[in-house]
Design a protein. Structure first.
Lengths: 387, 62
């Protein structure tokens, strides 16, 4: 186990979670990492920590550089337990340490842990602390992605500790963006945005305005790799995603009982194909909802299908709808579809959910029992007319 | 007209602007917001908002 020097006297001392595959419902098929950083100046600073079960790994890396009892400050940019989980453990080794966090961060920490003997220093946007030759400035980033979130910036080093912003769930030995395959990196950054940050586009826009004013050479994220070579790329992508900018793309998501809804999905796909759309079609029997979201963030059309089962929809589709509604993609057009036996209730339910989610439902298509070739052709033609 | 600040996330409800995304017309007083209205940014209820007194003082001067 090694620590990694990012800049002189600034080290990555985090932990790699090779095993994790379910991050509160998000399929993390490449594992993840929890990145904490150690800054060695006249004052010694730990920026964020790791999940509680990887504490020993973080401690081992810190010990290679310094005796942990000498840490003066722990910056808590975000109280969620993947970043704060080891603070209650390490604080036992440095009981006089000062916890630097936002007002909401203090509240949050007190509701997670017994903080009776903790020393807090509360910071707001624009505040700085001097640690010797460097100053650390703070910028609150509320709802990117919790109320307490903030980022820390050292102008002398042009490094921003961005916490969850710009993160990706990747377990790797390479710590930097040029040490992993680029396309995989962008894919995971996109998946992360889609599943964690998507509801907060307008807040991301505000943060981006501030971030663009800073001179940045390193974005030290709290998950996955650290950006140093492709900073312009990820900033541009965050700008695009947070504006809910879409492409000529359709995502078709469905589940099926006796393949009637599947046939309808294919007929709808044919219409989009005819209009030269980029299409991503997912049967929820074999696709994780978090993978659908990855493509959905730039999709102009979202088409959701379910047959009627017991006067409702298939549970896979219900789960997807609930998940998507929470992640709240904006400015989208939608199509509801499905087959039914005697009462077309699933289609109505999907349509209502899409409407409530603020989408423009351009078509709602239902077919009784098994579609004929003629009905499917007619369906394709109807969809072609409305898209 | 007054402003109200969400104590959880910092969102500002400005009575002058309303909340167009949630069909709240310009000029809607905070007290007239429907009981089920929630913070457009973080989702908490009206009870988690506090009046922005700095803004009120400005109003008094007018």
């Amino acid at each position: 186990m090694k620590s990694v020097e990012l800049k002189k006297d600034i080290y990555w001392v985090g932990a790699v979670d090779w095993d994790i595959r379910n991050f509160h419902g998000y399929l993390t098929q490449r594992g993840s990492s929890y990145n904490s950083y150690l800054i060695m100046d006249e004052k010694i600073v730990l920026v964020d920590s790791v999940k509680h079960y990887l504490y020993e790994e973080m401690l081992e890396r810190i010990k290679q550089i310094v005796d942990p009892s000498k840490i003066d400050y722990i910056i808590c940019n975000h109280v969620e337990m993947d970043h704060s989980g080891s603070i209650p453990k390490i604080i036992k080794l440095c009981p006089n340490v000062i916890i630097v966090t936002s007002p909401q961060g203090e509240k949050g920490l007190k509701m997670h842990y017994d903080t009776t003997n903790w020393n807090f220093h509360i910071v707001k946007s624009g505040d700085t602390i001097n640690i010797g030759t460097r100053n650390i400035a703070f910028l609150q980033t509320p709802m990117v992605h919790w109320p307490d979130n903030m980022v820390s910036y050292i102008s002398e080093e042009k490094i921003i500790f961005s916490n969850d912003a710009f993160g990706q769930h990747i377990a790797s030995t390479g710590r930097f963006d040029d040490e992993v395959p680029y396309s995989m990196l962008v894919e995971e950054a996109r998946k992360y945005y889609a599943n964690i940050v998507l509801p907060y586009g307008s807040q991301v826009q505000k943060v981006m305005e501030e971030v663009k004013k800073l001179d940045i050479e390193i974005i030290a994220t709290s998950h996955g790799i650290i950006w140093r070579n492709y900073i312009a790329d990820i900033v541009r992508l965050y700008d695009k995603w947070s504006r809910n900018e879409t492409e000529k793309k359709a995502v078709i998501v469905y589940d099926t009982m006796w393949e009637s809804t599947k046939k309808m999905a294919n007929a709808i796909k044919d219409a989009f194909e005819d209009k030269d759309y980029n299409i991503h079609m997912y049967n929820l029997q074999g696709t994780h909802i978090s993978d659908v979201m990855t493509e959905l963030i730039t999709a102009e059309y979202i088409c959701i299908g379910s047959p009627t089962l017991n006067s409702s929809i298939l549970p896979t589709v219900a789960a997807f709808l609930a998940y998507m509604k929470g992640l709240a993609p904006k400015n989208r057009k939608a199509i509801a579809f499905g087959s039914y036996g005697w009462a077309p209730l699933s289609i109505k339910e999907i349509e209502e959910t899409l409407t409530k989610a603020g989408m423009d439902v351009v078509a709602s298509e239902k077919i009784n029992f098994v579609p004929t070739e003629v009905q499917l052709k007619e369906l394709t033609d109807r969809i072609k007319k409305v898209i | 007209m007054a402003r109200y600040i969400c104590t959880v996330c910092g969102y500002e409800y400005n009575e002058e602007d309303g909340d167009a995304d949630n069909d709240i017309l310009e000029g809607t007083l905070f007290e007239d917001l429907p009981a089920e209205w929630t913070c457009p940014m973080c989702g908490v209820g009206k009870e988690d908002f506090e009046k922005d007194f700095d803004e009120e003082e400005d109003d008094d001067e007018e």
